[in-house]
Design a binder for this molecule. Structure first.
Ligand SMILES: [Cu+2]
Length: 147
């Protein structure tokens, strides 16, 4: 999580983190509704929003916000791409054998976070710590903590 790759942090682009947060929550709500029609029974309180912040490509553990995101069993994390670039939300640690086994927004298909406003969600049913990263920018790392 706190990786040695903090050199890119010197760019101070982390300032973009806070500003993008203000807009992401409302955007995520409406856009996620479009994709979650099958989950209509789950209330919004069961959904926790995480933003892929503007400029995320050059960030590390601040690319996903909040990070770590702490939820309870049964809650759903909704990631929204608030950046202009294409990103992924892919479970596991860079180079591990189990990459993408738990969840993966992917590079193609309806859940791919190809552009701004796209969302991906995953419901966590088992307690634990779930590291994830962006396969396109492996410096981007985050963790979901389920308890
Ligand atoms: Cu990325």
């Amino acid at each position: 999580m706190q990786q040695a790759t903090s050199s890119s942090n010197a760019t101070s682009s982390s300032n973009a983190t806070s500003s993008s947060n203000a807009t992401s929550s409302s955007n995520a709500t409406s856009s996620s509704n479009a994709t979650s029609s099958s989950n209509a029974t789950s209330s919004d309180s069961q959904k926790v929003q995480v933003s892929i912040v503007s400029g995320a490509s050059t960030l590390t553990d601040t690319a996903y916000n909040p990070n770590p995101v702490e939820i309870t069993i049964g809650q759903t994390v909704v990631w929204t791409n608030d950046d202009a670039a294409f990103h992924t939300v892919t479970s596991g640690q860079v180079g591990a054998a189990d990459v993408g086994k738990e969840f993966d927004s992917g590079l193609t298909g309806p859940t791919a976070l190809t552009s701004k406003g796209k969302t991906f969600e995953h419901t966590f049913e088992v307690a634990g710590e779930y590291p994830y990263f962006c396969t396109l920018h492996p410096g981007m790392v985050g963790t979901v903590v389920v308890s």
